[in-house]
Write a protein that binds this ligand. Structure first.
Ligand SMILES: Nc1ncnc2c1ncn2[C@@H]1O[C@H](COP(=O)(O)OP(=O)(O)OP(=O)(O)O)[C@@H](O)[C@H]1O
Ligand SMILES: [Mg+2]
Length: 243
């Protein structure tokens, strides 16, 4: 499935992140030291340190095959790697395989090619909240807000299978946003889009940060790379350059 929904329960711990005081900003959200990924004998990357700040926005660039998607999946806890140490919100995470529940809940990965359930657009967006056992009225309210945010309200009754690439991507972003993640990992969200569809997705990105998430975007898109306040990571020859 394109989008990882984790089955953690209880009300969101981070419900009020968007009203976090300013001095809370720029604190380290996620810090990983000594991160290595092998495929068999091949060392894909060897990263000394990667730090994601609270409310931080980052792009991750690198040539095809550099390991961008793999790095996002590792940071999302979806793929194993060798990790010397990992801190999340100031706490050492001792067991990283699998990620503890709090991390699974806090970090959401959005695949480059979102796959939607064939049910309906609102069901796709609300499904993760159902798994978290939120009250159905709460789910309905959050889904409405997310559809409005993503500009997909008019697609409420559309067949998810028949949406365009840009519409699917916006539904996938809404599906991630309703979970109010602390960290969103977006894998090439504009790669298959052009024109207005691409611009609509780019416009949503800063609002995710404003709403309280840190965002890491794997991409080649110059307009995403050029968004104000975005820091750049580049994977080159297995090393992470921080720009
Ligand atoms: N399970 C696997 N076994 C062996 N090699 C793999 C496996 N998964 C990925 N790779 C290799 O790891 C490398 C990095 O792949 P990855 O998809 O992370 O790159 P990427 O930077 O996202 O590329 P792109 O820009 O094309 O999306 C590629 O050479 C890929 O073939
Ligand atoms: Mg990739």
């Amino acid at each position: 499935m394109s989008f990882t929904i984790h089955t953690s329960i209880s009300a969101a711990v981070y419900e009020n992140e968007n009203v976090k005081p300013r001095d809370e900003r720029r604190k380290a959200l996620l810090g990983v030291r000594g991160l290595r990924k092998h495929h068999g004998e091949r060392l894909l990357f060897d990263i000394e340190r990667i730090e994601i700040a609270t409310h931080g926005a980052y792009v991750l660039t690198g040539v095809n095959g550099a390991g961008k998607s793999t790095l996002l999946r590792v940071l999302g806890g979806l793929e194993r790697a060798e990790i010397d140490s990992l801190r999340f919100e100031g706490q050492d995470v001792l067991r990283v395989h699998p990620y503890p529940r709090a991390l699974r809940k806090a970090i959401v990965y959005v695949h480059q090619h979102p796959i939607l359930f064939s049910t309906s657009v609102p069901h796709n967006i609300g499904y993760g909240l159902e798994l978290r056992r939120l009250h159905k009225d709460e789910i309905a309210g959050r889904v409405e807000a997310a559809m409005a945010w993503a500009g997909v309200t008019h697609l409420r009754d559309s067949d998810p299978a028949k949406l365009s690439g840009g519409e699917k991507q916006r539904v996938a972003l809404a599906r991630a946003k309703v979970l109010q993640p602390r960290l969103l990992l977006l894998d090439e969200p504009t790669a298959n889009l052009d024109g207005q569809a691409r611009e609509q997705v780019i416009e949503l990105i800063p609002t995710l940060v404003e709403a309280g998430s840190s965002v890491v975007i794997a991409c080649h898109d110059r307009d995403l790379i050029g968004l104000p306040g975005v820091q750049r990571f580049k994977l080159r020859d297995g090393r992470l350059e921080i720009r």
